[in-house]
Write a protein that binds this ligand. Structure first.
Ligand code: PEP
Ligand code: MG
Length: 915
């Protein structure tokens, strides 16, 4: 660093060389002290040595040349304004030497108090202060702190020596030590330093100061500071500043003391000063916890004038910084001094409440209020939390697939879960992975833990839809169903044993941990979300499969349903049989009969959905999964065949044999790339016809009730324009038949899901035949990467650990690849059909970072599970507001269109709307 650069910044007596805008150079503490001085807050004067000196020190192991002169000048200035001098044994200046990084690292680095005392000064101070006990107490504190931090004598040895003196005098507290025991303590401490370091305790105040400054710089690299930086992603290169400040004494008597506080309650956000105060004590006494501090509000009784001043000063600081503050203060003989102020850390409910209240108070704008709330804080406010204050051991950790916390008894299969719940037990369902067949167990279990699967695996999607806690892909899990047991993190558990799951972190604990229930009443969050809806951000719809999901979506302010996965309607006990008969039908007539039985059931479900959502749009996706998912497994059928034979029911056995053959035919090696999605509608159009009838008949019924249903029929897994053309025609033909039969029409639209890379590339052509497009980003990610949604966990974890992937692409959209395809499709479609509605209904629709990306592309809506709606609504508002502020940075279309624009789509857009 240049020798002309300023390296020491003074503050005090109403002037300061620096200010609050300089935390990078002066550290948060140094910048705060300079700013407070300029604001006229009572602050003990001092000076700050910059972080750049720390960089130099760390690099060269020595201070830059000329620094000592700057420090000496600053000390001289300090001496002149406080009227005491270092080394003046009759009237000594004592200073604190304090660390302070640009980003707060509470308690991680070192601070030394009372620097400047020695054998001679202690007597001078005794005389000047009129209390020898006070002076001796400061001296023993200095030797103890300096000895530990600078001279690196183990702390326990000082503690032991002090304990011995206290024991000999039968004292319980340090504060009871009178003169003679203090003298003995000082002697013992000095002896300890001599034996441990081979040198006497340094008697030169300037040498003490120099050594203390160096020790604080090197505390940047102590183990706990390094660990904290790693955990909190704080760059190693920042370094710490050192602040040297005239001591004020909280241990000066009963009208003195020290405290820490917050301008608002850090747990609830309530606007009330909150904190602790310890009379007749120095800062480290609060940290040591040897005495119990009193609530700060008690000061109103014991020192009312100081309390009033504290309220006024801290309120002024909050107004000045326009942020909740966390502050440290000392009262010396009835006079208040602020030692530090900084932005306070706070719990999630407080984050939301403070942002909303500060905006209502006019302290910050609504835009700032939005930006101060991280979407994760909302998820935390809305879900129950495990109490892990006892620091329980973590059994295993999986993917945090759906938040909330559950404490329950292990059930190792869906059937077992149902039986246990019927007995009144609370269960957690622990499985390899769930499938659609497990839905009955998932319906009754409040939490799921799976050994396999990722963020879009079946268990994860279903859990989020149901608002239940779910951890997937926890690989330290080995199931042994025969033994009715499971190994978790190397420990054996049986069904019925207790586990505690923390869905927001993916952590699994043994036994029953206490749970803090989510608060159902959150007026501040409601207010924030109400503002969010008025920002003009992209709409947020919900993915909902049942009337119950739809009701939850409506309650949470969804702008419609963006995805109803109709297959989930077929798994309930009263439908699965008909579904199986339909699939296994040997003749057209047999299939038609089964479909006739399914139609009214589906229609009833749709009626309920439309009633709940009217007049908001409801996107209903036609059947998507491969048919074998609805069928029993070969093992199951074999079991039934054996029983039928045993009972000599030959007719049934023959039928089952035929079924087995058909199940075998329907089995696919790679069903995710197989006979599913629109392919089912093309090979089995009767299913599409039944579903379209059910949808439109339901809409007619509900419209006759005076409501305004808005059905949107969506076709999954489209790959080509030709597929879409044929299916759109079939849907329209079926619609005409329904309308003709009822003598009435109803508006509806047809849309395509863009879930395949080919579909994204050909989106403009597909769009010719529909009036909306919805990106199924789960499949689009799967198909673009070639990562299987359900089995990729094992190698994805490795990719994430090695940094090959920065984030899980099934959680946050991969902008570079999958995102590129989305952008390509949006640009090509918008070039020819600027008004076509485009949304996202994959799980990324609930992920804040992905929402920012979709918003930048100008999508009309995102759709996510109902319980993620608030998070998505906030993220959408934040994205929109940041784009509005930075129009020049808004994502520009990056690529040229490869094809001639499609000029027909505008006209065709009207075709599927009958009314
Ligand atoms: C998708 O693929 O993104 C989607 C919404 O469909 P599903 O998850 O049901 O395959
Ligand atoms: Mg899909």
């Amino acid at each position: 660093m240049s020798s002309f650069e300023k390296r020491v910044y003074r503050f005090g007596d109403g002037v300061a060389d620096g200010d609050g805008s300089m935390p990078d150079l002066l550290g948060g503490k140094g910048a705060g002290l300079a700013e407070m001085t300029l604001l006229g807050v009572p602050v003990p004067p001092g000076f700050t040595i910059t972080t750049k000196v720390c960089h130099h020190w760390l690099e060269h192991g020595a201070n830059p040349t000329g620094l000592q002169l700057e420090i000496d000048t600053a000390v001289e200035w300090l001496e002149s304004i406080v009227g005491r001098r270092l080394e003046d044994s009759a009237n000594p200046l004592l200073v604190s030497v304090r660390s302070g990084a640009p980003i707060s690292m509470p308690g991680m680095m070192d601070t030394i108090l009372n620097v400047g005392l020695n054998d001679a000064c202690v007597e001078g101070l005794a005389e000047k202060s009129g209390s020898r006990r006070f002076a001796l107490d400061l001296y023993r504190r200095l030797i103890q702190m300096f000895g530990t931090i600078v001279l690196e004598v183990p702390k326990q040895e000082f503690d032991r020596a002090l304990e011995a003196v206290k024991r000999a005098h039968r004292f319980a507290n340090d504060s009871e030590l009178s003169e003679s025991p203090l003298e003995k303590t000082i002697e013992a401490f000095k002896q300890l330093v001599l034996t441990r370091t081979g040198k006497p305790f340094p008697q030169e105040p300037r040498e003490q100061l120099e050594m203390a400054v160096t020790a604080v710089f090197s505390s940047w690299n102590n183990e706990r500071a390094r660990c904290y930086r790693k955990l909190n992603h704080i760059p190693e290169t920042l370094g710490t500043a050192v602040t040297v400040q005239a001591m004020v004494f909280g241990n000066r008597g009963e009208d003195s003391g020290t405290g820490v506080g917050f301008t608002r309650n850090p747990s609830t956000g309530e606007k009330n000063i909150f904190g602790e105060f310890l009379p007749n004590a120095q800062g480290e006494d609060i940290v040591a916890g040897t005495r119990t501090p009193m609530p700060i509000s008690k000061l109103a009784e014991t020192m009312p004038h100081v309390y009033r001043e504290l309220l006024a000063v801290t309120a002024m600081l909050e107004n000045h910084y326009r942020e909740m503050q966390d502050f440290e203060f000392t009262i010396e003989s009835g006079k208040l001094f602020l030692l530090q102020t900084r932005t306070a850390k706070r719990a999630a409910p407080a984050v939301v409440r403070i942002a909303v209240e500060m905006a209502s108070e006019g302290l910050i704008s609504k835009t700032e209020a939005f930006n101060r709330v991280k979407p994760e804080s909302i998820a935390e406010v809305l879900s129950s939390q495990l109490d892990t204050s006892s620091h329980p051991a973590i059994l295993t950790q999986g993917l945090a697939a759906s938040p909330g916390s559950v404490v329950g008894q292990i059930a190792l299969s869906a059937n077992q879960a149902v039986t246990m719940v019927a007995r009144g037990e609370k269960v957690v369902l622990v499985t390899e992975e769930t499938t659609a067949d497990d839905i009955h167990g998932m319906a009754v279990a409040p939490g799921f833990l799976t050994a396999r699967g990722g963020a879009t695996s079946h268990a994860a999607v279903v859990a989020r839809g149901m608002g239940k806690c779910c951890i997937t892909g926890a690989r330290d899990i080995e199931l042994d169903e025969k033994a009715d047991a499971v190994q978790i993190g190397g420990k054996l558990f049986h069904s019925g044993d207790w586990l505690s799951l923390e869905g927001s972190t993916g952590r699994v604990f043994e036994g029953k941990l206490p749970v803090r229930a989510a608060d159902n009443d959150h007026p501040h969050l409601d207010a924030l979300l109400a503002w969010a809806k008025n920002t003009g951000a992209c709409l947020v719809r919900a993915n909902a499969d049942t009337p119950q999901d739809a009701a939850a979506a409506r309650r949470m302010g969804a702008a419609g349903i963006g995805l109803c996965r109709t297959e989930h309607m077929f798994f309930a006990a009263d439908r699965l049989g008909h579904m199986r008969s339909m699939i296994l039908a040997k003749t057209k007539e047999e299939r038609a009969r089964a479909l006739d039985r399914l139609l009214p059931i589906q229609q009833h479900d749709f009626e309920e959905l439309f009633r709940t959502m009217s007049p908001l749009p409801v996107t209903i996706r036609l059947l998507d999964p491969p048919l074998h998912e609805f069928l029993p497994s070969i093992d199951e059928i074999n079991g039934e065949i054996t029983s039928a034979r045993r009972e000599e029911n030959w007719e049934l056995a023959i039928e089952l044999e035929a079924n087995r053959k058909q199940v075998e035919t329907l089995r696919e090696t790679n069903p995710m790339m197989g006979h599913r999605g629109c392919r089912l509608s093309l090979t089995c159009p009767e299913i599409l016809e039944m579903q379209v009838r059910a949808i439109l008949q339901a809409a007619l019924v509900v419209s006759a009730e005076g409501l305004n249903p808005a059905p949107e029929i969506m076709v999954p897994l489209i790959a080509s324009e030709e597929e879409m053309k044929v299916l759109a025609e079939l849907i329209r033909k079926t619609a005409q038949q329904v309308f003709a039969a009822h003598g009435r029409e109803i508006p509806y639209t047809i849309g395509a899901m863009i879930e395949l890379p080919r579909a994204a590339i050909c989106a403009d052509r597909i769009a010719r035949h529909v009036s909306f497009l919805s990106f199924g980003t789960n499949d689009l990610t799967q198909m673009t990467y070639g990562f299987s949604r359900d089995d990729a966990r094992t190698y994805l974890d490795g990719y994430l650990q090695q940094g090959i992937l920065k984030t899980d692409p099934f959680i946050t959209i991969d902008r570079e690849g999958v995102g590129y395809l989305v952008e390509l499709a949006v640009n090509s479609v918008r070039a020819v059909s600027p008004k076509i509605k485009i949304g996202v209904c994959g799980e990324h629709g609930g992920d804040p970072e992905s929402i920012h990306f979709f918003s930048s592309l100008g999508l009309d809506y995102v759709s996510c599970s109902p319980f993620r709606l608030p998070v998505a609504q906030l993220a959408a508002a934040q994205a929109h507001l940041s784009e509005a502020r930075l129009p020049e940075e808004k994502t520009q279309p990056q690529m040229l269109l490869a094809r001639e624009p499609n000029r027909n789509s505008q006209e065709e857009l009207q075709l599927d709307t009958a009314a």
